[in-house]
Design a protein around this ligand. Structure first.
Ligand code: ARG
Length: 459
């Protein structure tokens, strides 16, 4: 086991199983680009403060640039013996440039190195997710504009409640994705601080310039306590929490898409490219993508709990437990990235069936509340109006008709104040158009809000 950097201290090698058990290179090698970026900034700083020479720095830059090429071309040899991404790259650097490579790790530990790598990697993922969340909102706003006048039943308890516009319904999800974006922006502030300089846990006696490194790496600040810098992963937990909420919102949307596409409901159709057939039932077109997204929400929620649990028992400062932070974090980021990318396209492929929506809204007395509000405007206290309309609904149920199907004479039996202007109120269009305040479902309001989202997510 001579490859181990610390072999002089040890009298026997680890078994193959322990080697595999403790190694992380299989999954942390995906941070290689950021590991090198961090090393280059560290080397520049070491040269600037005179800990290494300008020649060392130039050699390190040359070696790292070759390593980047080797990785890009798939020629880099990742070795399990070298445990993780950091030692693999460092070993290759020494092979390529000799002593200058051995000087790179001056005033640094893998503990502050890995914390830096994760932050650089995660910052990049956050920026990608933010872009995707903006695209999602745009797609929803575009569809909402096109469907601002389309009426469907709004539901509570999965029972017809009041008519709403489909545009309004879609914009509810745009609001959720906007809050998800705000959460990520906020999380990014705490991700974007530099751990390097903390070294193993106590800092270093070299005359390092942490602010210079922070600037080179575009960090907004440096971590102010070395023990905290190498040990806490709360920034990753925050990201996992934000990712879990993104998936939760996607999952609710998916549930509705599945429901809407069910032949019994038939409100929409999804483009074929998001569906699959059945191996036995030829008639099937299944909404696999939304169902899988709903399913994948489970693993992303799970990663949040895994990371919280990983952290809760750890004394200061670094413990190897922290190596377990990566796979769940990576998977959360990959899952939201793939899911959002697919959904941006999926939304463009939604085919709306307004007739089915309208037919459903005409069942279930969706305008009962409008009738009660009408009576209130004629002077009835709301609770009495509520009771009066309940009696009218009961009558309709017995007759097998809708409120709007009753004639004026029938309606007046319930309250003599009802006049012929009632029919404007009992229609679906009248109902939604009257809710034109901020946050309301009226087509005119939907157009304003959709435009606001399009303006906000521009560019
Ligand atoms: N692979 C390790 C990790 O992911 C790097 C830090 C290792 N440090 C140590 N002292 N064992 O956390």
């Amino acid at each position: 086991n001579k490859a181990m950097a610390w072999s002089a201290r040890f009298s026997e090698p680890v078994s193959d199983l322990v080697k595999r058990y403790t190694a992380s290179v299989d999954f942390d090698k995906r941070m290689a680009r950021f590991d090198i970026q961090g090393s280059l900034a560290h080397a520049s700083m070491l040269a600037a403060v005179g800990v290494i020479t300008e020649q060392d720095k130039a050699d390190i830059e040359r070696g790292m640039s070759q390593i980047l090429d080797e990785i890009a071309q798939g020629q880099f040899q990742w070795l399990l013996d070298l445990e993780d991404v950091h030692l693999n790259i460092e070993k290759r650097l020494v092979e390529l440039i000799g002593d200058a490579g051995k000087r790179l790790h001056t005033g640094r530990s893998r503990n502050d190195q890995v914390a830096t790598d994760i932050r650089l990697w995660l910052r990049n993922e956050i920026d990608i997710a933010l872009d995707l969340l903006a695209q999602m909102q745009r797609k929803l706003a575009e569809l909402a504009l096109a469907q601002a006048d389309t009426i469907l039943p709004g539901f509570t308890h999965l029972q017809v409640a009041q008519p709403v516009t489909f545009g309004h319904h879609l914009l509810a999800y745009a609001e959720m994705f906007q809050r998800d974006a705000e959460r990520l922006q906020d999380c990014r502030k705490r991700v974007n601080r530099l751990p390097l300089g903390a070294a193993a846990l106590a800092g270093t006696s070299y005359p390092i310039d942490r602010e210079m490194v922070a600037k080179l790496l575009d960090f907004d600040d440096v971590c102010r306590n070395s023990l905290d810098a190498v040990s806490d992963r709360d920034f990753a937990i925050e990201f996992c929490a934000a990712a879990a909420l993104i998936m939760t919102h996607i999952s609710r949307f998916s549930e509705e898409l599945v429901l809407w596409m069910s032949p019994r409901v038939g409100f929409i159709d999804l483009a074929d490219r998001f569906c699959t057939g059945s191996s036995i039932m030829p008639q099937k077109k299944n909404p696999d993508v939304p169902e899988l997204a709903r399913g994948k929400t489970g693993r992303v929620n799970g990663h949040l709990i895994a990371l919280l649990t990983l952290m809760k028992g750890q004394p200061l400062a670094y413990n190897k437990d922290n190596q377990e932070d990566k796979e769940g974090l990576f998977d959360s980021a990959d899952t939201i990235r793939d899911t959002l990318t697919i959904f941006v396209d999926l939304i463009s492929g939604i085919k709306v069936k307004p007739e089915a929506m309208r037919a459903a809204a005409l069942q279930g007395f969706a305008t009962a509340t409008d009738l009660a509000d009408y009576l209130v405007k004629k002077g009835l206290p709301f609770r009495d109006a509520h009771e009066t309309v309940a009696l009218a609904v009961r009558e309709c149920e017995q007759l097998g008709c809708d409120l709007a199907d009753l004639n004026l004479e029938q309606l007046q039996k319930f309250d003599s104040r009802i006049e012929s202007d009632i029919f404007g109120v009992l229609t679906l269009e009248g109902s939604v158009a009257s809710r034109k305040h901020i946050g309301g479902t009226a087509p005119e309001r939907v157009r304003i809000e959709a435009q606001r989202i399009l303006d906000r997510t521009q560019g």
